[in-house]
Design a protein around this ligand. Structure first.
Ligand code: SF4
Ligand code: SF4
Length: 259
């Protein structure tokens, strides 16, 4: 009897730092099992080998920042039965979306000696703004446990178990003392998507929102509390305008404070 065909997995890169792809390579204990369960069809960070034909699951890292990439993502979508975006760049436009609030021509003139050779869009936008996306995995970088869960779920054709809760829930589960209540440390945990295991508060630091907005964030209410802790309008604007500056809830709140 012929062996069952393994699902084909492809990993694509757009404008990004590669950190989310490295999270997959960082799954040291599980990587061999993943490699055994799938056929790697395209993953330049790991191998130059390429398997022709459509992939069953595509992971897409990075945002759309050039006219060429705006076309390329349509081609990737055509070649992918399921398309999953990974990381703040792919799900919200990433840190490079700070250009969306500024003059991109001024930026390129500042950075490049010959800016006339640079072909770039005025904005950095998430993949879902260009093509249909089957699942968005958040984080900068993504959490490898969540990544393994999502890959396993799509291979098994089931729904991924990824909680939409806030970082606060993860703090409670770890029995962390709340840094904001106990020490007056500003923290975006109440409005930030979980997944990191409450990394920063576990080391007595406030969360700065690298996993982007949770499912039902109440950012205006949190901002009132942050203002009581001494943050002025400039601080409030800046705390929301980082890795996920273009995510709706964070962008709206930054703009409410003058972005
Ligand atoms: S989301 Fe963060 S870690 Fe991932 S590619 Fe973008 S900048 Fe890098
Ligand atoms: S900034 Fe927030 S979401 Fe990011 S690792 Fe720290 S606690 Fe987690």
């Amino acid at each position: 009897m012929a062996a069952a065909r393994k699902p084909k997995l492809a990993v694509w890169k757009f404008a990004s730092c590669d950190g989310c792809q490295l999270s997959l390579l960082d799954c040291e204990d599980e990587l061999l099992q993943i490699a055994d369960a799938v056929e790697i069809a395209y993953f330049l960070e790991a191998t130059r080998a390429e398997v022709k034909g459509p992939s069953d699951v595509s992971l897409v890292e990075g945002s759309i920042t050039t006219p060429h990439d705006a076309e390329r993502i349509k081609e990737v979508r055509r070649k992918s039965k399921r398309l999953i975006t990974i990381g703040a760049c792919a799900t919200a436009g990433g840190i490079q979306a700070l250009r969306n609030f500024a003059d991109v021509k001024a930026f390129t003139a500042m950075v490049y000696a010959r800016p006339e050779y640079i072909s770039t869009l005025a904005t950095s936008t998430p993949i879902a703004a260009h093509v249909p996306v089957d699942f968005e995995l958040r984080g900068c970088p993504i959490d490898k446990r969540q990544l393994i869960e999502v890959i396993s779920a799509f291979i098994a054709k089931r729904k991924p178990v990824v909680s939409p809760h806030s970082v606060c829930i993860e703090c409670k589960l770890k029995h962390n003392v709340c840094v904001m209540v106990a020490h007056g440390t500003p923290c975006l945990g109440p409005v930030t998507h979980d997944g990191c295991g409450a990394l920063c508060p576990s080391y007595d630091r406030g969360c700065y929102g690298c996993f982007g907005p949770m499912e039902t964030p109440n950012a205006p209410s949190l901002s009132d509390w942050l203002a009581r802790l001494g943050m002025d309008e400039r601080d409030l604007r800046r705390i929301y305008a980082t890795f996920n500056a273009n995510a709706d809830a964070f962008r709206d709140e930054a703009e409410r404070h003058g972005a």
